[in-house]
Design a protein around this ligand. Structure first.
Ligand SMILES: [Zn+2]
Length: 70
């Protein structure tokens, strides 16, 4: 799946509705990234790390974040 162009600088994408964070490098169809983009209920992180996402209350997406990372 192609990474959304507007997020080409970011790896970690947060869904503010579900409080899940997706790994854009491994996102699958199940992640519904296109739908997330359309909803505009996404956020990105600074620094662009999973640790920062977790600090902000996001939980790893089971579809794209590997257990080792999550
Ligand atoms: Zn995901």
């Amino acid at each position: 799946m192609a990474r959304p162009a507007r997020f080409e600088q970011f790896r970690w994408l947060g869904d503010k509705r579900s409080m899940r964070v997706h790994d854009a490098d491994h996102a699958s169809e199940a992640c519904r990234i296109d739908e997330l983009m359309a909803s505009e209920q996404f956020t990105c992180f600074g620094p662009d790390t999973l640790a920062e996402a977790r600090n902000r209350g996001f939980r790893p997406c089971p579809h794209c974040v590997t257990p080792a990372e999550g």
